[in-house]
Design a protein around this ligand. Structure first.
Ligand SMILES: Cc1ncc(COP(=O)(O)O)c(C=O)c1O
Length: 406
């Protein structure tokens, strides 16, 4: 039975008891990357200490057990995401690689004049690969705008479809605004129009495993490092039929069926897209992170995270001269703001002197910054392991900014 005890869960993350410059760490940069629980750290140590071998090739004990653990990791994550049977899970480096894999695979299936619908709230990872694809194939891209509160203009998004629309790619949750898009409704609509759907789940899974059967997208991607797992591992879940119609993204060992000097045949997904030695310890760490997440009550966790974000927003409001970006009801615990008396970089630097880690800058979303007519924001992004002391440290830091620049 999943439970939620914030302080007990917080104790699972050794880094959170660290001090930075003599102040307790208040880690509010979870949108950039998450911290790791001890069980994930142990999983990596356990693999290298007791189980290390290459997979899919040796008959010896260690290779067999490593192969079994790697494939079990795939099954664990698929089950946690309720991935449909018709879809396969491919281990990649992260969301960025997953999207590049899909744009690369779709290249031969798209022709000049075909159209792709994106939104103005995409991370560069779900923007630039489509732009490059459009340049290579002569495609037309549509970029759909947002309402004042940072929610997607769904009417405009629906109106952008026509009989040349081949793909709609959109984020599940905005990394700058926190906006949660109605991904199941959007996927249904795009499918009715005959378009394929890619959903970027990088900022969604850290707030609880998604139900991929419920969403119904053709491709769903995310990164391990944002979901309490190691760096350099991520996931693409995609329709087997589509994936097997793609030419391989990378080639070499493990992805082949038969190699000869007269030609090579390839295996089907997932191996088709896992050329070379994969990140075995990363996959095991990611499965461990999903087992850990499986014990959390995510409804209670979201409430806790949102309470903290609201507290932080209230502290900011009390300063005056603060502008918020992303104020829709349906959002994750991200507070993006500008405090007009100080540059975001100076704010982040002063917060750092209080042990508070936030992100400042364009957040790899320059088209969104242009759209909002700003060059940067400060972003405080919360995870379930944050607590009120983190918000108090943030408020102390912001009052220091006020004293310094005010
Ligand atoms: C919404 C979103 N998509 C994609 C990415 C890219 O993730 P990665 O750098 O792990 O590939 C990020 C990273 O911040 C993100 O926030």
């Amino acid at each position: 039975m999943p439970i939620f005890d914030a302080e007990k869960l917080r104790a699972d993350f050794p880094i959170l008891s660290k001090e930075v410059g003599g102040k307790p760490l208040a880690y509010l940069d979870n949108g950039a990357t998450s911290q790791k629980p001890q069980c994930v750290i142990d999983s990596t140590n356990q693999f290298y200490g007791c189980g290390n071998a290459n997979i899919h090739r040796g008959v010896h004990y260690l290779s067999r057990t490593a192969t079994e653990a790697y494939e079990a990791a795939r099954s664990t994550i698929k089950a946690a995401l309720n991935a449909p049977d018709s879809q396969e899970l491919i281990f990649v480096r992260g969301a960025t690689e997953a999207i590049n894999l899909v744009t690369n695979g779709l290249e031969e299936q798209l022709s000049e004049g075909d159209e792709i619908i994106l939104t103005m709230m995409e991370h560069h990872a779900n923007f630039v690969p489509w732009q490059i694809l459009a340049e290579r194939r002569g495609l037309k891209l549509h970029f759909i705008g947002l309402h004042e509160n940072g929610s997607l203009d769904l009417e405009a998004w629906k109106a952008a479809f026509n009989n040349r629309t081949k793909v709609a790619a959109f984020t599940h949750v905005s990394n700058v605004l926190g906006t949660i898009n109605p991904v199941a409704e959007m996927t249904d609509f795009a499918h009715e129009q005959g378009a394929l759907v890619l959903v970027d789940g990088a900022q969604a899974i850290p707030h609880g495993p998604a139900d991929l059967t419920g969403i119904g997208a053709d491709f769903y991607v995310f990164s391990g490092h944002k979901v309490f797992a190691p760096d350099g591992i991520g996931v693409l879940v995609g329709s087997c039929d589509l994936l097997n119609s793609f030419r391989p993204y990378q080639s070499g060992g493990d992805m082949i069926d038969r190699v000869s000097i007269s030609g090579t045949t390839y295996r089907e997904a997932p191996e088709r897209f896992e050329a070379g030695t994969p990140n075995i310890s990363g996959a095991l760490g990611l499965a461990e992170a999903f087992r850990y997440m499986g014990e959390i009550d995510w409804v209670a966790a979201a409430k806790h995270e949102n309470n903290l974000a609201n507290l932080a927003a209230t502290e900011l409001e009390s300063l005056g001269d603060v502008r918020f970006f992303g104020t829709t009801e349906d959002k994750t615990a991200i507070v993006s703001f500008l405090y007009d008396i100080a540059h975001p970089h100076d704010i982040a630097t002063i917060l750092d002197t209080e042990g508070v880690a936030v992100r400042d800058g364009h957040h790899c979303a320059q088209p969104l910054m242009d759209y909002l007519e700003v060059t940067a924001t400060v972003r405080a992004s919360f995870a379930f392991y944050n607590n009120e002391s983190d918000v108090e440290a943030f408020a102390r830091g912001m009052n220091k900014v006020k004293r310094f620049f005010g």
